[in-house]
Ligand binder design. Structure first.
Ligand SMILES: Nc1ncnc2c1ncn2[C@@H]1O[C@H](COP(=O)(O)OP(=O)(O)OC[C@H]2O[C@@H]([n+]3cccc(C(=O)O)c3)[C@H](O)[C@@H]2O)[C@@H](O)[C@H]1O
Ligand SMILES: Nc1ncnc2c1ncn2[C@@H]1O[C@H](COP(=O)(O)OP(=O)(O)OP(=O)(O)O)[C@@H](O)[C@H]1O
Ligand SMILES: NC(=O)CC[C@H](N)C(=O)O
Length: 569
């Protein structure tokens, strides 16, 4: 039996467009001689559909589209499509997250997801009732165990996010299935593919059973799905891997109770290459799926805006990315030259808007209100706000998407100006720590990715070597306000990504005063992050849909050994 994986890039809610993509993949798979076609989790709706699922008209339209799709597929092909199904039982959640078996122009069978991830960016318990029936697809060519994404992630050795009392894989094995398939929508983060493949190997070796894992690809808001659908044989060896960060159709032969070797795309092992591909895909899909073909950003000659310009140029084509240079009296001469050199390297257009007169006008307008006060951060931030205002005016006038340039380190501690440089529709590097920004820029200059092949050196050397500065006052550098970025990023990695306590971070060798100050800054900056544009997630814990902190809250509390609880009555 030939089994095909359609690694699709659905647009959330585009039922007709997604159905057409499934039908096209089915035609291609049939031409290749496939018996069975696998598509990703919720392939008809796109994942994650979030609160669209609370709209009954959406659920109804999905069902109608599914019924129609069944009649448009090659009749002999068995096609597994991800969609939602109504829960007819009294009580419980109204929907199942399902895989629907289409064959001979009709719906044959529905399989419901058993394990519903409800942690980090996932919120499936909000919408879905878990399935309890065994998901066995009995074809004359073999008995197939059907699992949906999280159903496979029940082993704490690989995934410690949520513990489950049931083990869908073990249950399926008790039905003597020949092959396990998993239809997924598994978002990218650094290291995820290695984890997936280790987990698949573990299941295969434990049960002497081959597995096929079909993943979604594409960017959906903050989430980037990397594809890299993969299959392992009974020994747990990878026998096929689809492309990373691009749609694909991959076929496997299933013979004599095992999977035969197929096309194996390289597993991307370079972490910078992986992040680069993820960010380019995430930005491109956000723009396209929101209807933008052109973008705009402020080019300061600094490293953040330089990296974001390169990502945007690769994603949308350099001719579609406008860089706006907005020098103020505090901008250094080399900032303008660095920004111009970068734009020239990338082949992107620029325009220059001087903001000195606007700064003076603001100062005049505010002079009576600010009279008797010392100039400070508020005056400095006016520059960032003028720039943010001008950028949004250009975006608005010409239908461009404004890309904001703040990195994860800045977003963590609030080193950014609300309604200033935080303006934008998408925060391209909001989950990239500053130290990684440097590494990506160095990598970019030595491993020019295919999208920028003809451009040679991209990031001017001086952009990488000069001390980082917001240039909001004379001589300002980031390290006036923040510890060195390698120290800051290590503290943030421990605190944000790994939930370490201040005691644990101090025990790792960081000075108490710095740790306490940084943690305070992170807590205090919550109000800024809540108002920031969506940021592309590339780490295990991003600020965004998986980070849900209160804002108006007291965030230090007893008891500690030194300060036991004392409630006065
Ligand atoms: N809980 C809360 N809920 C709602 N609003 C709250 C709030 N707490 C403060 N606020 C308001 O927010 C204001 C403070 O925020 P904001 O006005 O943004 O300004 P602020 O955080 O005071 O200053 C921005 C900092 O970021 C630095 N910066 C700016 C631009 C770029 C870069 C860079 O390197 O890329 C760095 C800049 O040098 C400065 O240190 C408060 O004065 C208050 O009005
Ligand atoms: N002179 C400028 N011209 C155009 N845009 C600017 C200018 N200064 C700042 N911006 C915009 O505001 C953002 C934040 O400014 P900032 O200078 O702090 O960051 P950066 O230059 O990108 O990187 P770094 O923080 O390393 O200097 C920039 O990325 C850029 O988009
Ligand atoms: N859609 C899902 O069930 C995703 C959850 C899964 N553990 C993953 O991230 O790969």
């Amino acid at each position: 039996m030939k089994i095909a994986i359609a690694q699709l890039n659905p647009t959330i809610g585009d039922l007709v467009g997604n159905a057409e993509a499934i039908a096209a993949a089915a035609t291609a798979a049939e031409q290749e001689g496939a018996t069975l076609l696998l598509t990703p989790e919720l392939s008809l709706c796109g994942y994650p559909p979030r609160d669209l699922l609370l709209d009954p008209s959406f659920v109804e339209a999905a069902q109608t589209t599914l019924d129609q799709l069944a009649t448009h597929l090659p009749a002999k092909l068995h096609v597994l499509v991800g969609s939602v199904q109504q829960n007819a039982a009294q009580g419980g959640k109204p929907l199942f997250n399902s895989i629907v078996h289409l064959h001979n122009g009709e719906i044959q069978q529905c399989f419901h997801k058993h394990l519903l991830p409800t942690y980090d960016v996932f919120d499936e318990d909000r919408y879905f009732e878990p399935g309890h029936q065994p998901n066995v697809l009995d074809l004359k060519e073999g008995k197939i165990g059907v699992t949906i994404c999280e159903d496979l992630w029940n082993n704490s050795e690989f995934w410690e996010k949520q513990a489950y009392a049931v083990d869908p894989v073990a249950e399926l094995m008790s039905y003597n299935v020949d092959l396990i398939i998993n239809l997924s929508a598994s978002p990218f983060c650094v290291g995820k593919q290695a984890l997936r493949e280790a987990m698949l190997r573990h299941h295969a070796q434990q049960y002497h059973c081959p597995l096929i894992y079909a993943n979604q690809v594409g960017g959906n808001d903050d989430l980037i799905f990397d594809g890299r659908s993969v299959a392992v044989n009974r020994q747990g060896d990878v026998v096929g891997r689809a492309k990373g960060f691009a749609p694909d159709l991959l076929l496997f032969d299933y013979e004599a109770h095992d999977l035969l070797p197929s096309r194996i795309e390289p597993a991307v092992s370079d972490i910078n290459a992986e992040i680069w591909s993820a960010l380019v895909l995430g930005l491109r899909d956000y723009a396209q799926k929101c209807g933008f073909s052109q973008a705009v950003l402020g080019l300061s000659g600094g490293i953040d805006s330089s990296l974001v310009a390169a990502i945007a140029a690769a994603a949308l084509g350099p001719e579609n990315v406008l860089g706006v240079l907005m020098p103020s009296p505090y901008s250094s001469d080399h900032s303008i030259k660095d920004a111009e050199d970068l734009a020239q390297n990338l082949g992107m257009p620029t325009t220059q808007l001087a903001i000195a007169s606007a700064m003076q006008t603001y100062d005049q307008i505010l002079s009576s209100v600010f009279a008797g006060t010392e100039p400070g951060v508020a005056e400095e931030n006016i520059q960032a706000r003028i720039r943010g205002n001008l950028l949004m005016a250009i975006a608005n006038k010409f239908g461009r998407l404004l890309i904001s340039t703040g990195n994860k380190s800045e977003m963590a501690v609030g080193y950014c100006t609300l309604y200033g440089d935080m303006n934008g529709g998408l925060a391209a590097i909001a989950d990239v720590p500053k130290t990684r920004v440097y590494e990506l820029c160095r990598w970019l200059n030595t491993h020019t990715p295919p999208e920028l092949e003809e451009h040679g050196i991209i990031i001017p050397d001086s952009v990488i070597t000069k001390p980082p500065s917001a240039e909001l006052k004379p001589g300002q550098v980031d390290q006036d306000s923040l510890p060195d970025y390698d120290v800051l990023d290590d503290i943030l990695y421990r605190y944000v990504d790994h939930h370490q306590s201040s005691q644990q971070i101090i025990a790792a060798g960081h000075p108490t005063a710095i740790v306490d100050r940084i943690i305070q800054m992170v807590k205090r900056a919550e109000f800024k992050r809540r108002q920031a544009p969506p940021g592309l997630k590339i780490t295990d814990r991003a600020f965004g849909t998986g980070w849900r902190m209160p804002i108006a809250a007291r965030t230090t509390w007893p008891p500690t050994a030194a300060q036991p609880v004392s409630v006065e009555t």
